[in-house]
Structures are given as C-alpha cells and as structure tokens.
Design a protein around this ligand. Structure first.
Ligand code: HEC
Ligand code: HEC
Ligand code: HEC
Ligand code: HEC
Ligand code: HEC
Ligand code: HEC
Length: 446
C-alpha cells in the first residue's frame, strides 16, 4: 500500500529531474554560445579597454601625458610593425632602451641607423650583427618626436607588474581581449546560475508540498469519522494515463510541433543565398588579428586597391614576402607562402564576401568618396583570427544605410543646387545618399 502510494511521487521526481536536466543542458549551450556573441561585441569593447590602458600609462610612468600620447601614435605608426615593448618582433624588444642607450645615441640611431653602423659605432655594429644584419629603416622624425616615442616606451615598460602584458610577454591587446571576453562570459554564467537557483527553489517547493500533502492524507486516514465520499476523495490517485490520452494536451503538442517546423523552414528559406557569419577555413592560417590588430599594419598595405577601384584586391604572395622573407621563416605556415611562389601558383584563398553578379558594388565609392570605415561593413576585422562575413550583404542592408547616411556634400560644388532643391522640398530632412538617387534600382543593378 505504501509503495503504491509512492509511485506517483517517484514519477514526479523523474519528471522534475528531466526538466532540470533539460534546463541545465540549454544553459550549457548558452555558455558555449557566449564567445560567438562576444566575437562581435569585442570590437568596441577591446578598443575601449585598450585605450584606458594606454591612457593610464602617463600616471604610471609619471611622464608628460601629451608627449606619451603623441609617442604612442608615432610608435604605432612607425615602429610597431617591427618592435614591441616586451617581445622581440623583427627588431629587439624596446623595454629598458633608455637605460641601455643614452638619448644622444638613440636620436641619431632612429634617424638613420645604417649611417651609425657604417660609422663603426661599437654598439650599433653589435646589434646590427645580432639581428642578422637587417636594416632598420631611417625615419624623418624630429628630436621632439623621437623623445616622445621614448617617453611612451618608458611609460609602457613601467606599467605595474601584473598589468596586461607587463612582464608576462603577453601583448597588451591580448590582455584587453581576454578581459572583455571574461566579462561577457561572466554575465552569461551569472544568468545561468540564477536560472539554476530558481529551478532548485522550485523543486524544493514542489517536494515540500508533496510531503505536506502526504502527511495530511496520513493524518486524515487515521480519523474514524470519515464517510464514504471523503474516503473516495482521499484515495483518488492522479491517473497519468488519462493525461496522455487527453485531446487538449494532444492538440497543444500538435500546434507546438507545427509552429516549430514552420519557424525553422521560414528561417531556412529566408537564409537561402545569404551567408552572414560565413567563415571558411583558409589555406594558410593568416590572422588579421595578428597583422592588422597587434602589428597595426594598414588595411591598404595589403588591400592596395580598396581606395582606388571597384573591388578590394587580395594581396599576392609577394606582399607577404616584404616581411616574411625575414620574419618567421621557419614556420610551417610561412613555408606554404614560399611553396606557392616556387610553384608560381597563387595562394588559393577562399572567398568570404560575394555579391551576386546582378548587383554592382564599388569600394572606392564607399571608402574614398563616402569616407566609410572598413569596420562599418566588415566588422572588427582587426580582432578576427579568421575572417567571417559580418554584414548580411542583402539589398535591404545596402538600402537602409543609403536612407540613413547623410551625404558629405560640403566643399563639393556639384551638390550645391541639388541640396538647395532638396532642402526647399524636404525642409529639415538630411540630404542622404538616397536623396541623391542612391536607392534607384539602376544605381545598383546593371
Ligand atoms: C622594418 C623594421 C623596423 C622598424 C619599422 C623599426 N625598427 Fe628599430 N630595429 C629594427 C631592427 C632589425 C633592429 C636591430 C638592429 C639592426 O638590425 O639594425 C632595430 C633596433 C632598434 C633599436 C636598438 C634596440 C636595442 O636594443 O639596442 C632601437 C632603439 C630602435 N630600433 C627603435 C626604433 C624606433 C623608435 C622605431 C620607429 C620610429 C623603429 N625602431 C622602427 C627594425 C625596425
Ligand atoms: C598583411 C596583409 C593584410 C592586411 C594588413 C589586411 N588584410 Fe585583409 N586579407 C588579407 C588576406 C591574405 C586575405 C585573404 C585570406 C583571408 O580571408 O583571411 C584577406 C581577406 C580580407 C577580407 C575578406 C575578403 C573576402 O574573401 O571576401 C576582408 C573583408 C578584409 N581582408 C579586410 C581587411 C581590413 C578591413 C583590414 C584592415 C583592418 C585588412 N583586411 C588588413 C591580407 C591582409
Ligand atoms: C608588414 C609586415 C608583414 C606582412 C606584409 C605580412 N606579415 Fe605575416 N607576420 C608579420 C609579423 C610581424 C608576424 C608575427 C611574427 C611573430 O609572431 O613573431 C607575422 C606572422 C604571420 C603568421 C604566423 C606565423 C606563425 O607561425 O606564427 C602567418 C601565417 C603570416 N604572418 C602570414 C602572412 C601572409 C599570408 C601574408 C601575406 C598576405 C603576410 N603574413 C604578410 C608581418 C607581416
Ligand atoms: C559600404 C560597405 C563596405 C565598406 C565600407 C568596405 N567594404 Fe569591403 N566589401 C563590401 C562588400 C559588399 C563586398 C563584396 C563585394 C562583391 O562581392 O562584389 C566587399 C568585399 C571586400 C573584399 C573581398 C574582395 C572584393 O572586392 O570583393 C575585401 C578584401 C574587402 N572588402 C576589404 C575592404 C577594406 C580593406 C575596406 C576598408 C578600406 C572595405 N572593404 C570597406 C562592403 C564594404
Ligand atoms: C554603411 C553605409 C552603406 C552601406 C552598407 C552601403 N552603402 Fe552604398 N553608399 C553609401 C554612401 C555614404 C554613399 C555615397 C558616397 C558618396 O558619393 O559620397 C554610397 C553610394 C553608393 C552608390 C553610388 C550612388 C550614387 O548616387 O552615385 C552605389 C551604387 C552604392 N552605394 C551601392 C551600394 C551597394 C550595392 C551596397 C550593398 C552591397 C551598398 N552601397 C551598401 C553608404 C553605404
Ligand atoms: C543600394 C543598392 C541597391 C538598390 C538601390 C537596389 N538593389 Fe536590388 N539588390 C541589391 C543587392 C546587393 C542585391 C543582392 C542581395 C541578395 O542577394 O540578397 C539585390 C538583389 C535584387 C534582386 C534579386 C533578389 C534575389 O533574391 O535574388 C532583385 C529582383 C532586385 N534586387 C530588384 C531591385 C529593384 C526592382 C530595385 C529598385 C526598386 C532595386 N533592386 C534597387 C542592391 C540594390
């Protein structure tokens, strides 16, 4: 008798356990999905996190903030592709340089290092030989500019230990990214914990209620003054099989199933031909994060035609060789570049972005004339290890931006009359790309 009464109870536990497992499972998926979300979120975050780091440098270094900021920019523009503070890149790590060499030596060195080597300066010759006789380029920088670069280096190296990249050999950007990823993941985890706590509280509540109900039943059974109907009510058990047979429940399940199927097929149909998020594996593990991010190589250094012509080119292996004839020559990935050159075959990069032939898109119109940043359309490329398609590249996407983006008409006589006409007809509405016919079919379709 007792064991029979317990059966529904154990079923209840089983049901609760299954719900719990299901909830646990979905939250685990959330955790897995978090990095994917932060992939896009990182962009502004990382730069935001990186800026305070460099802005904090003056405080740590105690130097002149303006000079350090200027030095930061100069360093990134001229030196960062070959030098880091703590790591050997092409040239030596610059940490402690002002202690190694006096400023009176550093200034002529940076202006023209080969002249110093040629003059037979002992240290210059030594370091030149130590770095396989690679010539550091000469720089037409003023003395003040050079001292500000040195101030920046000093400020960077005296950042407190434990700060990102201080002594660990980790590049500062890595630290910033990790921190951002960490908080993004942390938020997701926090929500998961909350969810789990809620479920546990619910289970405890249900179990307590069941126990109380059973105790009360037992108490009632002990009473002698119950009539037949009371006993009947007391002894009715939930009939689970009736639940399965219930037409209402079946109806609900059916509707949910049909909706789910409809939803996925509509999603699928809408996605035909669209490849947002497309991220193919490339034949060489080329990283934009490493090149355009950490080493600050300008996009147009490789994509040379992006400001000049309709399409942006993918760089040929020769452009890679400008640096990789010297850098990382032993890396198996770099050897793939050498092999391509030996075989006189281009590297078979897999194309990521691809508009259908019926649409006309012109890069220089957008980057040079329109002044739009690459990142507006391509996302945080400088943080991508592997490039993925960030924007949907649909017609709606193009047209939305044309409707919203004011056209830069200042200082361009061609627009004067058009703007006047537009303003008299539309009052305060801005003169956008679409005001200039940017949503006419023929502008984008041949
Ligand atoms: C194309 C690569 C390249 C660039 C760009 C470059 N350097 Fe160098 N630098 C080197 C190399 C290589 C050496 C090692 C000496 C040699 O081989 O000539 C070096 C050496 C140095 C040294 C001596 C380091 C030591 O430990 O004694 C200093 C200082 C220096 N560079 C500063 C700068 C500054 C400042 C800039 C930017 C204005 C800069 N470099 C840009 C490649 C570069
Ligand atoms: C050192 C050379 C180099 C630099 C610098 C560089 N890229 Fe690239 N980029 C490449 C190579 C090589 C590929 C092809 C392989 C790949 O997709 O990763 C590529 C691919 C791309 C693609 C995808 C093209 C496609 O297949 O549809 C985009 C978009 C892009 N780069 C944008 C940028 C932007 C924006 C910057 C500057 C923030 C930049 N690149 C800097 C070399 C470079
Ligand atoms: C302006 C200089 C420059 C150019 C141009 C350049 N790289 Fe690099 N590349 C670097 C630097 C710096 C590193 C980092 C080396 C290190 O980690 O010590 C690097 C690292 C790499 C690595 C990682 C190697 C490894 O094993 O860690 C690959 C792969 C690579 N580059 C491929 C390419 C390809 C492909 C191109 C041409 C599309 C190219 N690079 C053009 C400067 C350059
Ligand atoms: C207004 C949006 C927009 C901007 C801004 C933009 N691109 Fe693109 N980019 C595109 C579209 C759209 C494609 C696909 C073009 C195609 O398939 O014909 C593309 C394709 C590319 C490709 C692949 C080669 C090609 O031309 O098809 C590269 C590389 C590239 N972009 C680099 C860049 C760089 C570097 C910048 C910044 C200097 C930049 N893009 C700015 C929208 C943009
Ligand atoms: C981020 C905003 C943005 C996106 C996205 C964008 N455009 Fe544009 N587009 C502009 C701006 C701004 C101009 C005006 C440039 C100028 O002439 O000053 C422009 C101009 C044009 C023009 C020339 C229009 C004219 O009146 O001469 C064409 C064609 C064009 N875009 C096609 C496209 C296509 C195709 C796409 C989608 C694949 C696209 N654009 C996506 C901002 C955008
Ligand atoms: C700002 C640029 C732009 C303008 C203006 C524009 N389109 Fe498009 N259109 C595109 C792009 C880009 C695609 C390809 C996008 C895709 O594959 O989803 C496209 C695709 C299409 C397609 C093919 C749809 C498909 O799914 O294959 C048709 C049809 C079309 N456009 C008609 C028009 C008509 C009609 C107009 C004028 C009312 C117009 N477009 C104006 C950019 C534009």
């Amino acid at each position: 008798m007792n064991s029979i009464r317990l059966r529904p109870l154990s079923r209840l536990f089983l049901a609760l356990f299954l719900t719990f497992a299901a909830v646990g499972n979905t939250s685990a998926q959330d955790v897995g999905a978090a990095p994917a979300v932060s992939k896009e979120g990182v962009a502004p975050g990382a730069t935001a996190a990186a800026t305070p780091a460099t802005a904090a440098a003056p405080a740590a270094g105690g130097g002149d903030a303006a000079a350090i900021a200027a030095g930061d920019a100069l360093f990134k523009g001229n030196c960062a592709q070959c030098h880091a503070i703590n790591d050997v890149v092409v040239g030596p790590a610059l940490k402690g340089i002002t202690k190694r060499r006096p400023v009176s030596w550093l200034i002529p060195w940076i202006k023209n290092s080969s002249k110093m080597v040629a003059s037979g300066d002992e240290y210059a010759v030594k370091i030149y030989n130590q770095y396989q006789k690679q010539q550091m380029p000469s720089f037409q920088l003023s003395d003040t500019e050079i001292t500000s670069i040195l101030a920046y280096v000093t400020a960077e190296e005296s950042k407190p230990a434990g700060a990102p990249g201080a002594d660990t050999g980790i590049k500062p950007t890595d630290g910033a990214n990790a921190a951002v990823d960490g908080t993004a993941g942390g938020d997701a985890k926090y929500m998961d914990i909350l969810l789990i706590v809620l479920v546990v509280v619910l289970i405890v509540l249900v179990v307590t209620l069941v126990i109380i109900a059973n105790i009360m039943k037992d108490v009632l059974r002990g009473r002698k003054d119950l009539d037949g109907r009371d006993v009947e009510v007391l002894e009715t058990r939930t009939d689970w099989t009736r639940l399965y047979k219930s037409p209402v429940l079946r109806g609900i399940a059916g509707v949910v199933f049909v909706l789910a199927v409809l939803y996925t097929s509509v999603q699928g149909a809408m996605g035909v031909g669209l490849q947002q998020g497309y991220q193919p594996t490339q034949p060489i593990a080329f990283s934009h994060k490493l090149h355009a991010g950490e080493n600050q190589i300008n996009c147009a250094y490789c994509h040379t035609s992006v400001y000049k012509s309709k399409s942006a080119n993918i760089p040929s292996a020769n452009i890679c060789m400008n640096c990789h004839s010297q850098i990382k020559t032993e890396s198996p990935e770099i050897k793939k570049i050498y092999r391509a050159i030996e075989r006189k075959q281009p590297i078979q990069w897999v194309r990521v972005h691809n508009l259908p032939d019926l649409a006309y898109f012109n890069h220089s119109q957008h980057t040079q004339v329109g002044g739009i940043e690459c990142q507006t359309c391509h996302g945080p490329i400088q943080n991508m290890e592997v490039v993925y398609q960030y924007s949907p590249l649909t017609m709606g996407w193009c047209i939305n931006c044309h409707r919203e983006t004011p056209l830069n008409t200042k200082g361009n006589g061609y627009y004067n009359n058009l703007v006047k006409l537009h303003d008299s007809a539309n009052g305060a509405a801005p003169f956008t790309v679409s005001s200039n016919g940017g949503t006419e079919c023929s502008k984008c379709h041949y």
